[in-house]
Design a binder for this molecule. Structure first.
Ligand SMILES: NC(=O)C1=CN([C@@H]2O[C@H](COP(=O)(O)OP(=O)(O)OC[C@H]3O[C@@H](n4cnc5c(N)ncnc54)[C@H](OP(=O)(O)O)[C@@H]3O)[C@@H](O)[C@H]2O)C=CC1
Ligand SMILES: O=C(O)[C@@H]1CCC=N1
Length: 316
């Protein structure tokens, strides 16, 4: 496939929560004529050469032009058609037709459950249909070396770890680095076009993927525990639920954006808010009494360890 060729076919193999998030975001970005990705360098970020490369690319028209979404069950397909109904770009939804979809595709994003990957890729004809194509797996835990054993050597296997905010184009996706050949450069650009159109995207070595799975893949769930708890606190003090949620969500978004857009370190933001002898330090000490930092950090550690087990033989 040539990058100059617009309108290539993207197949989502296993279009559930994440497939929908990715497709919705990509289609929204195509529909939006004013898309300008912004990836300012963070003042405090450090880079280990070769392991983490910040990405800063311009969007252009070489996003996919045709979309095929594959699911297993007919009822899922019917619901999915409703989900995509009304979008300016139509999505062809198929159930039980993986082979024809993969044959028609130029790029395949594998979005099934980790434990189903081997059986789906082993379906008759799939391996041949993937010959020479780019296969992007978003599966937690399933390694590139596992997947390359399941496909032909000509299939280009890459791992990506996106998250659910891709659906509103506020995603965070990490992608395994590609080799520096000219052909890889084309694939690299295809991957960047897709994932930069739905949020931030950066390359990170596969050895860090389980940690990324926990931090940014699972992260929206962890963040929402904090969000919900903040709102609960507001409700406890008499605020109506809806207002409490709005205040909590906008406050978290604002603090996160100060970090991302202005390069402000979280400690700096915290210190600025904390008036000596004031109410913020009183609340902070209550949080520290509850060991909130180590609890959150340990959650990432435990989730990383669990991610490494997913899709592995003899593990549930
Ligand atoms: N959820 C998240 O936030 C994130 C998930 N991931 C990874 O993404 C992957 C998908 O997760 P998620 O979207 O939550 O899972 P879902 O269960 O929501 O989606 C899985 C999809 O796969 C389909 N499917 C099942 N069997 C087949 C088959 N034989 N052929 C084609 N399609 C099939 C299902 O269709 P049907 O309903 O018909 O069975 C369903 O649509 C996982 O590997 C996970 O590790 C990565 C980052 C974040
Ligand atoms: O919970 C999971 O296993 C998946 C991977 C990251 C987010 N959800």
């Amino acid at each position: 496939m040539s990058l100059n060729q617009t309108g290539y076919t993207l197949c989502i193999l296993g279009c559930g929560t994440m497939g929908i998030a990715i497709l919705s975001g990509v289609i929204a970005s195509i529909e939006s004529s004013t898309f300008v990705p912004q990836f300012p360098k963070l003042k405090w970020e450090s880079h280990t050469p070769g392991t983490s490369t910040p990405i800063d690319i311009e969007s252009d028209s070489s996003l996919p032009g045709r979309f095929i979404a594959c699911v297993n069950r007919r009822e899922t397909a019917e619901k999915l058609k409703q989900t995509f109904h009304g979008m300016r770009r139509s999505v062809e939804v198929v159930a039980g037709e993986n082979l024809s979809a993969v044959r028609e595709a130029d790029v395949v994003i594998l979005c099934c459950k980790p434990q189903l990957a081997h059986s789906i890729l082993s379906q008759p004809g799939i391996v041949d249909a993937l010959d020479g194509k780019l296969l992007i797996s978003i599966l937690a835990g399933v390694t590139i070396s596992q997947m390359t054993e399941w496909v032909l050597p000509s299939t280009k296997v890459v791992r990506a770890m996106p998250n659910t905010p891709c659906k509103i184009r506020e995603g965070m996706t990490v992608v395994t680095p590609l080799s520096s050949s000219a052909e890889s450069e084309l694939d690299r650009n295809v991957i960047l076009k897709i994932f930069s159109s739905i949020g931030r995207c950066r390359f990170i070595d596969e050895k860090h993927f389980d940690a990324c799975t926990a931090l940014s893949g699972s992260g929206p769930a962890f963040a929402c525990i904090f969000l919900e708890a903040m709102a609960d606190g507001g409700v406890m003090m008499g605020l109506p639920r809806a207002e409490a949620l709005e205040l909590a969500a906008q406050t978290l978004q604002g603090a996160a954006r100060m970090t991302l857009q202005q390069g402000a370190h979280p400690a700096q933001i915290k210190d600025t808010v904390t008036t000596p002898g004031g109410c913020t330090i009183a609340g902070l000490l209550a949080l520290e009494d509850g060991r909130v930092r180590s609890t959150i950090a340990r959650a990432i550690q435990i989730a990383t360890e669990r991610a490494s087990e997913l899709g592995q033989p003899n593990r549930k």
